[in-house]
Design a protein around this ligand. Structure first.
Ligand SMILES: [Zn+2]
Length: 486
């Protein structure tokens, strides 16, 4: 995601103005077969989900756990922090949404399930233990009730967004990892999986989604679209009756830009193509056929999903809009292809993504944003944050490696994770030199593509490839020991 704190915008934007069980799991990926129908009158999504879970762990398992993000919009929950209310709720009033789990089955047998008090975790008790290398298939019937909110999940005036809308398996470490909801950042953590999806929705809507559309047909007043998304970390889509689309080809990949009410669409498509080209040169070939960039109702700058990014129509400034496109596309490498626990280690994808955005502008001088200005702007922004917060609070926790809900304020989260992240990677690059630094980035990507990396993994990978122990360096930044104030 891309968030801008007020401090960050003031300082950082200066340079802009100056300048079903189908058995596809041979590769041991879990498979989701989703069939969903959207009712635009009631704003509900009726879904069935068949999950084929492959036990690739050393332990036998008697239950599965799923994260239920739609419940973060339920009454009594804080879907956005107060400062975002106005941008989030198009009607000016809070609106609620949730997910109802109607049944969970394995074959014809009903399974016992339970939803945590917070509403975040669905626990399904299996009929029998599954041992290492065994598979189990679980069918979940659910209904998602959408809030009227400009968010990852919800309907606004222009788009209906379906991010994180279905029960998704929690990642198993020593037990399933149960992330909490959080208003700061993206509280998501999932594994690469295969998806077969059938979506049904009113025929006036245009769809932008993860994966590749296999077929599209009309049935009465509805459109029925079949989609395949293989080796992706999540599946998301957005619908709009207003979408127009422009496309371009980069290598063997199609880049689509979905937009409405806009004259800059050619320029925005161009920056998306340039970003995909640059990040392929820097990190690795993009392994999918399609990338979709969609303008949406969204209260933050943008949001990343595999093959699909949301760019907020609330970002009015044309340069900032392009910046957000680049940032969200960098997430295709950091979060999507190389996964991480975004709740526990947000810095791992956000710092790298924000730094990759600076690398894009360094390599694409035609956009008139200099790398040095971006780094200098990040330093000024961070120093201002420290001095203002020290004045107010007396002391500031400057560590980067905290759970999302351990950041006390949004400026603290944005400055410690995004802004300081740029400074940390700039510093390691200057320490190692360009050759070593870019080799480290490339090798880290290769090592963890489609997998999950931890902060320790990044430090170890960088140390190995730089042939220098970098633990002390990274830990000093991550623990907040590097002094950057005035
Ligand atoms: Zn981001």
């Amino acid at each position: 995601m891309k968030k801008f704190s007020l401090l960050f915008v003031l300082i950082f934007s200066l340079p802009f103005f100056i300048a079903g069980c189908t058995g596809k799991s041979e590769e041991k990926y879990n498979t989701y077969t989703l069939s969903c129908e959207y009712d635009e009158i009631s704003h509900t999504l009726d879904g069935t989900e068949s999950v084929e879970f492959y036990n690739k762990y050393d332990n036998s398992l008697s239950e599965l756990k799923f994260f239920l993000y739609p419940n973060s919009f339920d009454e009594g929950k804080e879907a956005v922090s107060t400062s975002y209310f106005e941008r989030a709720y198009p009607s000016g009033e809070e609106s609620y949404g949730n997910i109802e789990i109607e049944s969970v089955k394995s074959g014809n047998e009903n399974l016992t399930f339970n939803i945590s008090d917070e509403g975040n975790i669905l626990t399904v008790t299996l009929l029998k233990e599954i041992y290492p290398n065994e598979k189990v298939c679980v069918d979940i019937d659910f209904t998602v009730n959408l809030a009227n909110i400009n968010h990852r999940l919800g309907y606004g005036d222009n788009t209906v967004n379906f991010g994180n809308f279905y029960p998704i398996l929690c990642v198993y470490e020593n037990g399933f990892v149960e992330n909490d909801f959080a208003t700061n950042g993206d509280p998501f953590y999932s594994e690469t999986a295969n998806y077969d999806v059938t979506l049904t929705f009113g025929k006036d809507f245009v769809l932008a989604s993860s994966g590749d559309v296999l077929s599209e047909s009309e049935s009465g007043e509805n459109k029925v679209v079949e989609i395949e998304a293989n080796k992706v970390r999540d599946f998301a889509f957005t619908l709009s009756t207003k979408f127009q689309k422009v496309s371009s080809v980069v290598g063997d990949m199609t880049v689509n830009y979905y937009y409405y009410d806009e004259d800059n669409f050619e320029e925005n498509l161009k920056v998306a193509c340039d970003a995909m080209t640059t990040f392929q040169e820097l990190f690795s070939k993009y392994p999918y056929k399609t990338i979709n960039v969609a303008k949406t109702n969204f209260c933050f700058g943008g949001m990343e999903y595999p093959n699909l990014v949301f760019i907020s129509d609330d970002v009015a400034d044309a340069e900032t809009y392009k910046y957000v496109i680049v940032h969200e596309l960098a997430h295709q490498w950091w979060y999507s292809l190389v996964g991480n626990n975004e709740y526990a280690e947000a810095w791992l994808d956000e710092s790298l993504t924000e730094y990759s955005t600076a690398l894009f502008f360094e390599r694409n001088e035609q956009y008139g944003i200099s790398y040095d200005d971006l780094v200098a702007g990040a330093l000024r922004s961070y120093q201002l944050f420290i001095s203002v917060y020290k004045d107010i609070l007396g002391d500031v926790d400057e560590s980067m490696n905290r759970n999302l809900d351990e950041f006390n304020t949004e400026p603290e989260y944005v400055n410690c994770v995004y802004t300081k992240g740029v400074l940390m990677f700039d510093s390691i690059r200057k320490t190692l030199g360009d050759n070593k630094f870019f080799k480290c980035l490339e090798n880290y990507f290769d090592e963890y593509e489609y997998k999950i990396a931890t902060g320790e993994d990044l430090i170890e990978s960088f140390s190995k490839n730089a042939k220098t122990n970098l633990e002390g360096f990274f830990k000093a930044w991550l623990n907040g020991e590097v002094v950057l104030d005035n």
